[in-house]
Design a protein around this ligand. Structure first.
Ligand code: ATP
Length: 362
């Protein structure tokens, strides 16, 4: 029997609509060929352009539609030219993460043979790890509190809670177990922190240890965030699952995107107990918007993660397998330099890049 999944779609700003449209088309055609799932897409407004026009960055009906959906696809939001009165950029995606309690920011980093990477990998070891960024608290907790005093001092507060950390670490160990079961990881979780300096991170690590004790079959270790940045460049193949605080994860996930060959290839998912958002790691790239040269692969890989997640949470193996098929089609296209856009040294337009993936799925 076919089950229809309701997907809230945020086209967003800049290149957002250009990369979302072909991604939705790919999902429609995969669903049309499947026997077990279909999609009802619901386009909902939010973002900087919407704020400029209507004075609202995340209208409540849009948030309600996201809350009611089975999954959320989000391209990119924000424009440097549109800001809140305090000078910060419009970022409803951060509000959505907080509102829907999407505590686990999942950032896979994969480098497969043929993929362009700035690393000269010794022995060409494949790289396949997942960085999990806590996405609702940490140093982003005080965002919007504007605590700047007399133009002399500014304060931001880092928040780590037991409630969120326990869920985060459970998620990380379960992911390591499922990667190990699928033959994709060694079965190891690394807690990335700065526990040598901050009590908040010693607390973070203590809760990591508590969760680790309940997973004797998964190895657990720690790394300081500064050393982690070094090792991600020197020997990224040593990592399996890494779990870290919001701000550290924000920074390290861009480093991971750089290792993969650029932001145009880096997908992500923000997952909570009941909801999940799938979006590329990159921003709205206003410098190239409207030219049909944006790379849609990060958006398409994020859609593959959505298939994977929906398949796992709804016990639909066909959907999960289609997620793998979609990811592998993108990886094969990159390796063959088929449908490669300008950011990766090719000449394909956004539409041609998506068509290359569609051709591999027939
Ligand atoms: P944000 O802070 O919103 O994440 P950002 O400041 O990191 O945004 P991006 O919008 O991600 O900036 O763009 C950074 C650079 O990467 C720009 O030069 C942009 O053109 C390029 N870029 C980002 N995404 C893509 C893409 N999908 N295809 C091609 N180039 C991209």
């Amino acid at each position: 029997m076919t089950k229809t999944f309701n997907i809230a779609v945020f086209d967003g700003d800049g290149i957002g609509p250009e990369i979302m449209q072909p991604t939705v088309e790919l999902l429609r055609s995969m669903a049309a060929k499947s026997g077990s799932y279909d999609f009802a897409f619901d386009n909902v407004p939010a973002g900087a352009a919407h704020y400029a026009k209507h004075g609202e960055s995340l209208p409540s009906p849009s948030l309600a539609a996201a809350r009611a959906s089975d999954a959320i696809l989000l391209s990119a939001m924000g424009l440097p030219s549109v800001r809140y009165p305090d000078g910060t950029e419009i970022s409803p995606q951060i509000e959505i993460r907080k509102e829907l309690k999407l505590y686990a920011g999942v950032r896979p980093v994969r480098i497969v043979p043929g993929q362009p990477t700035p690393l000269a990998l010794s022995g060409g070891q494949p790289v396949d790890f997942v960085l999990i960024r806590e996405s609702t608290e940490g140093l982003f907790h005080s965002q919007g509190t504007h605590d700047v005093r007399d133009d002399k001092e500014a304060y931001e507060t880092l928040k780590i809670t037991r409630d969120t950390s326990e869920k985060l670490f459970k998620f990380a160990f379960n992911l390591a177990q499922s990667r190990k079961d699928a033959g994709r990881g060694s079965g190891r979780v690394t807690c990335v922190d700065k526990a040598n300096v901050f009590a908040a991170f010693a607390f973070f690590r203590k809760m990591f240890d508590e969760e680790a004790a309940t997973h004797p079959e998964i190895a657990a270790d720690y790394a300081y965030v500064d050393a982690t940045a070094l090792w991600m460049v020197e020997k990224p193949w040593i990592f399996d699952v890494m779990v870290t605080e919001n701000m550290f994860g924000d920074i390290l996930s861009d480093l991971g995107a750089g290792l993969m060959g650029g932001l145009g290839l880096a997908p992500s998912a923000d997952i909570g107990d009941d909801h999940a958002v799938f979006q590329p790691c990159h921003g709205s790239a206003p410098d190239i918007a409207g030219q049909s040269i944006a790379n849609p692969f990060a958006m398409i890989l994020s859609a593959a993660m959505m298939l994977d997640w929906l398949g796992a949470t709804h016990s639909n193996p066909e959907m999960a397998a289609d997620g793998v098929r979609l990811r592998e089609a993108v990886e094969a296209a990159i390796a063959d330099r088929d449908g490669v856009t300008r950011d990766l040294g090719g000449t394909a337009s956004t539409t041609e890049a998506a068509a290359a993936i569609a051709a591999r799925l027939t």
